[in-house]
Write a protein that binds this ligand. Structure first.
Ligand code: NAD
Ligand code: UFG
Length: 336
């Protein structure tokens, strides 16, 4: 039985599909602070299999211990956390509370229950300003915002834990920019309020919920002047977790990038989305967004080496088509 914290969220729900399809039993623990229960109904609809759901908070150590013991969990995939860079700047204590204290309590509960296998959702944001590209996993870690700091602190906590007790198996997965949706169009990203990230915003423009995209910066040192990112299909990312679970049989603590290794600019993404959707995406070049970097993409060799040959397979066209299917079938998200 695998405990998936934050399993109702965007990446968690796609990972639950891949886990169920791989024949794993799953229990989701989520407080639904940024997700809908409907996502988990849809996961079960896609897989025609059941999963268990517990409505609770990872900071409740006693409850987490109970869940680990009662369900006989052997590993944890830990997605639960807050993820808005912008909010983390205005409410840093909420971010340290949820992401750092939350993970600390979860690890305590795991230790008490003798469950010592965890996969943690980290982020490329831990690297900070690039000293070189692509980012390899041994690039210096220097996050530039509170959200990134919380990911860095948790990574350090995990490395210290592994150094103190070599029986832990710890996979730190550093995601680049996950986009897209399951090919069924039944699950996808459903941000609350105005989206911060590019793809949800572009998709909401295409579907008519917003007038135009603000492109943050047209004067970066990139081929067309707009920011370049390593977009990865969320299903590839989800499959990376199943691969990591299998390759984490032996005790270790390892950090691995999950990206494609290839960057696309904002304008390339806009064009690809227009092609995939058949809808125009009007945009306006605006000033740079504070804290953004010009380019960000992953070195993928370590993932291929340590994740049993896993690599991202889906291209930008598929990412946009799948994102659009989800958006057009669910124009107002899960509960709209
Ligand atoms: P999401 O917000 O869709 O999912 C997170 C889930 O965790 C939600 O269902 C939320 O309700 C739940 N949650 C939050 N705090 C909780 C708590 N204290 N107890 C129980 N449940 C809680 O986010 P996502 O995009 O699926 O991201 C999942 C993880 O991956 C996060 O840790 C995020 O920081 C990390 N990550 C995401 C991205 C990205 O671009 N989406 C990039 C890098 C890393
Ligand atoms: N962008 C726009 N307009 C928008 C939104 C974004 O032009 O409305 C641009 C950004 O300036 C950037 C690119 O689109 O050049 C991607 O921006 P996102 O906000 O989608 O993604 P980021 O790369 O800034 O950050 C994301 C997650 C972080 C995570 C990071 C990992 O939001 O949590 O990827 O690389 F840490």
């Amino acid at each position: 039985m695998i405990l998936v914290t934050g399993g109702a969220g965007y990446i968690g729900s796609h990972t639950c599909v891949e886990l169920l399809n791989a024949g794993k039993d799953v229990v989701v623990l989520d407080n639904f602070s940024n997700s809908s229960r409907t996502s988990l109904e849809r996961v079960q609809q896609i897989c025609r299999k059941r999963l268990a759901v517990v409505d609770g908070d990872i900071r409740d150590q006693t409850m987490v211990e109970k869940v680990l013991n009662e369900f006989g969990c052997t590993a944890v995939i830990h997605f639960a956390g807050l993820k808005s860079v912008f909010d983390s700047v205005t409410s840093p204590l909420d971010y340290y509370d949820n992401n750092v204290i939350g993970t600390h309590r979860l690890l305590r509960a795991m230790q008490a229950s003798h469950v010592k296998r965890i996969i943690f959702s980290s982020s490329a944001t831990v690297y900070g300003d690039p000293k070189f590209l692509p980012y390899t996993e041994d690039h210096p870690l220097k996050p530039v915002n509170p959200y990134g700091q919380t990911k860095f602190v948790v990574e350090e906590m995990l490395r210290d834990l592994s150094a103190s007790d070599s029986t832990w198996s710890i996979g730190i997965l550093r995601y680049f920019n996950p986009i897209g949706a399951h090919e069924s169009g039944l699950i996808g990203e459903d941000p609350k309020g105005v989206p911060n990230n590019l793809l949800p915003f572009v998709a909401q423009v295409a579907v008519g919920r917003r007038d135009r995209l603000n492109v943050f910066g047209g004067d970066y040192d990139t081929p067309d002047g707009t920011g370049v990112r390593d977009y990865i299909h969320v299903v590839d990312l989800a499959q990376g977790h199943v691969a990591a679970l299998a390759s984490l049989e032996q005790p270790a603590c390892i950090a691995v990038n999950l990206g494609t290794g290839r960057g696309y600019s904002v304008l390339e993404v806009v064009k690809a989305f227009e092609n995939a959707s058949g809808k125009p995406v009007p945009y306006e070049i605006r000033p740079r967004r504070s804290g953004d970097i010009a380019s960000c993409y992953a070195a993928t060799d370590r993932a291929e080496k340590y994740l049993g040959g896993w690599r991202a397979k889906r291209n930008l066209e598929t990412m946009c088509k799948d994102h659009w299917r989800w958006q057009s079938q669910n124009p107002n998200g899960y509960d709209g």
